[in-house]
Design a binder for this molecule. Structure first.
Ligand code: C2E
Ligand code: MG
Ligand code: MG
Length: 291
C-alpha cells in the first residue's frame, strides 16, 4: 500500500480463523450487549478506507467499515457478524451506531480542517421504513453537516428493487440529500429499468471484476460496460479492491471516477486518516500523470 497506518502499526486487521470453532448465537448475544452497553468499550470500532478521485488524485472521501475485536476470539470479520445481525433487529442498532460514529468523526475532521465525505454501508433491512431518513435528518442537524457529505452504500440491488417500502425509504434519503451508492455492482441481478428508477447516485464495481481487470478479457469487458452504463445514466462509478498500479491506471484510462483499495490505502483508524492527509492528500503517481 502507498500509505499504511502509522499511529499504531495497525495497517490492516488480520482476522482469526473461526471456521473450525464456528460463531453462532452466543456471539450474537455478545454483539447485542456490545451495542447496548457502549460499543467502544466492547471492542467495536470504525475504520476508514480512503477513496480517491482518479482524475485529480485527491482523497475525496472515506468508506466506514465496522471492526470488532472480540475479547476471546480476536478480530471477527464483518462478513461473519453483519449477516448474523441482519437476521434480526440488531442490524438497525449497528447501522445507527455506524452512522452516528461516522458523522461525529466527519465533524471532528471538519473541525481539524479536513473536508471529507463518508460512505456508510447499510442493509436492505434498514430500508423497511422512512425511519432511517428521519434519524439521519436529526443527526445531520446535530453535527451541522450537509447531507451530501454522507453516502449510504447498499448491497444487493436485486432485493431492493420492486419493493414499495424500500423505494419510499430510498426516496426519503434522496429528498434529504444523502447520496446512494450501489455496492458490489455487477454481481447481483439488477435490470436496467430498475436501476433507472432507483434514486442512485453512484455504483461501485465489485472487487472480483477489478482484481481480474488486467488478466481476464471478460472481466475487463464487464468493467468497461459498467463504466459506460454509469456514464450513460449519469452515475458516478467507483472501483473497489484495487491492489496494484497497472489496475489503478487502467481504471483511470477507462474513465472510472474514483477508486479505493489496498494499493492506495488500507482501511485505517481515524487518526491515521489525519496523518495520511497531513502528509499530502494527493496520490503522487496520478498527480504526475494529470499535471
Ligand atoms: P464492502 O462494503 O464492499 O467493503 C469493502 C471490503 O473490501 C472491506 O472488507 C475492505 O477491507 C476490503 N478491501 C479494501 N481494499 C481491498 C483490496 O485492495 N483488496 C481486497 N481483497 N479487499 C479490499 P471488510 O471491511 O471485511 O468488509 C466486508 C463487507 O462487510 C463489506 O463489503 C460490507 O458489505 C460489509 N460491512 C462492513 N462494514 C459494515 C457495516 O458497518 N455495516 C454493514 N451493513 N455492512 C458492513
Ligand atoms: Mg461498501
Ligand atoms: Mg464495496
Amino acid at each position: 500500500a502507498m500509505y499504511t497506518a502509522k499511529s499504531r502499526g495497525l495497517d490492516s486487521v488480520v482476522y482469526s480463523d473461526h471456521s473450525t470453532e464456528g460463531i453462532g448465537g452466543a456471539i450474537l448475544t455478545e454483539l447485542r450487549e456490545a451495542l447496548q452497553s457502549g460499543p467502544e468499550t466492547a471492542g467495536l470500532a470504525v475504520h476508514y478506507q480512503p477513496q480517491v478521485e482518479l482524475g485529480s488524485g485527491e482523497v475525496v472521501g472515506v468508506e466506514a467499515l465496522v471492526r470488532w475485536r472480540h475479547q476471546r476470539l480476536g478480530w471477527i470479520a464483518p462478513t461473519e457478524f453483519v449477516p448474523m445481525a441482519e437476521r434480526g433487529v440488531l442490524i438497525g442498532e449497528l447501522t445507527r451506531w455506524m452512522l452516528d460514529t461516522s458523522l461525529a468523526q466527519l465533524r471532528d475532521w471538519e473541525d481539524a480542517g479536513l473536508k471529507l465525505r463518508v460512505a456508510v454501508n447499510i442493509s436492505v433491512r434498514d430500508l423497511q421504513s422512512v425511519e432511517l431518513a428521519d434519524f439521519l435528518a436529526r443527526r445531520l442537524v446535530h453535527y451541522q453537516l450537509p447531507a451530501d457529505r454522507l453516502r449510504v452504500e447498499i448491497d444487493d440491488a436485486s432485493s431492493i428493487s420492486g419493493r414499495e417500502n424500500v423505494q419510499a425509504a430510498l426516496d426519503a434519503l434522496e429528498d434529504l440529500g444523502v447520496g446512494i451508492s450501489l455496492d458490489h455492482f455487477g454481481i447481483g441481478y439488477c435490470s436496467l429499468t430498475r436501476l433507472r428508477r432507483l434514486p442512485v447516485s453512484e455504483v461501485k464495481i465489485d472487487s472480483s471484476f477489478v482484481s481480474r481487470l488486467m488478466s481476464d478479457d471478460d472481466d475487463a469487458a464487464v468493467v468497461r460496460s459498467i463504466v459506460d452504463l454509469a456514464s450513460a445514466l449519469e452515475l458516478a462509478v467507483v472501483a473497489e479492491g484495487v491492489e496494484d498500479e497497472p489496475t489503478w491506471r487502467a481504471l483511470a484510462a477507462l474513465g472510472c471516477n474514483g477508486a479505493q483499495g489496498n494499493y492506495f490505502a488500507h482501511p485505517m483508524p481515524p487518526e491515521d486518516v489525519v496523518l495520511l492527509l497531513r502528509d499530502g492528500s494527493r496520490f503522487p503517481l496520478l498527480r504526475a500523470v494529470s499535471s
